[in-house]
Ligand binder design. Sequence first.
Ligand code: NAD
Length: 290
Amino acid sequence: MKIAFIGLGIMGKPMVRNLVKAGYEPVVYDIVKENVEAMSREGIQTVKSSKEAAQKCNVIITMLPNSPHVKAAVLGEEGVLEGAEKGSLLIDMSSIAPLASKEISEACAKKGVRMLDAPVSGGEPKAIDGTLSIMVGGKKSDFDEAYDLLMAMGASAVYCGDIGAGNTTKLANQVIVALNIAAVSEAFMLSTKAGVDPEKVFAAIRGGLAGSTVMNAKVPMMLSGNYKPGFKIDLHIKDLNNALDTGHAVGVPLPMTAGVMEILQKLHADGYGQEDHSAIARYYEKLAGV
Ligand code: NAD
């Protein structure tokens, strides 16, 4: 397996480092020159386009923001499909619309390129530790072929069904995370304004039924007011948009998701789109006049 990795952002860089640790020799590319240079300084082989990455490799991993970015990198000029050999495998690990995964996969199939959608959960800390949760759609035989490679970046890789099933699973994940952060923000504002030290509230309830991975990861950020991403508010808006679109398509109303979407959009309008999604707490501070 010769691996190309396209998209060297918050998640991509540590995922590449874990591939290197596992003995792979990835070839990497990003449209932002500084990101490519940062990897080059670590001794990792770099190329000048997605096309060149695909020419040099038979497995191409993409880790990009959203559907249009994946379409540009795969289907666009100097893109993966201009360089990929027949039989190559594209593994898109970005979180994108399930429908976009299907469209990209169909375009790949016309060139004899196979595709898996394999988005991840766990955020930057688990990308660094190589303990991501990976949810995968596509042909089962392609999943089996890619399993060891995926496990170089994750603690689990679960086959969810046909192409798009990975991203459909990821939408469920993103709805739960967004609602959980909003619930934690709302509850902590209540107890803080009613006079209890939030550190005490955290210590008292984190081990009970209300405790969660979200609470453990995000409350320390809220308490310190440090909202360096992490996972950007703008990326969560993208995911909830995809969830609401999918809800409309399959006839599932998502009233809570729609509510949190309003909060995220307000934060984006106030200039906080590049902050971590734990900055939902800022919205409650404004509401409560804190
Ligand atoms: P990011 O914005 O930090 O990185 C994305 C990278 O893609 C950037 O370096 C950008 O320059 C590059 N890029 C954009 N278009 C490109 C193109 N056409 N060709 C080559 N490179 C291009 O984003 P991230 O936080 O690393 O997230 C990547 C994906 O992973 C997103 O879909 C996100 O929703 C998902 N995700 C992120 C987290 C997290 O905590 N950050 C967690 C789970 C999943």
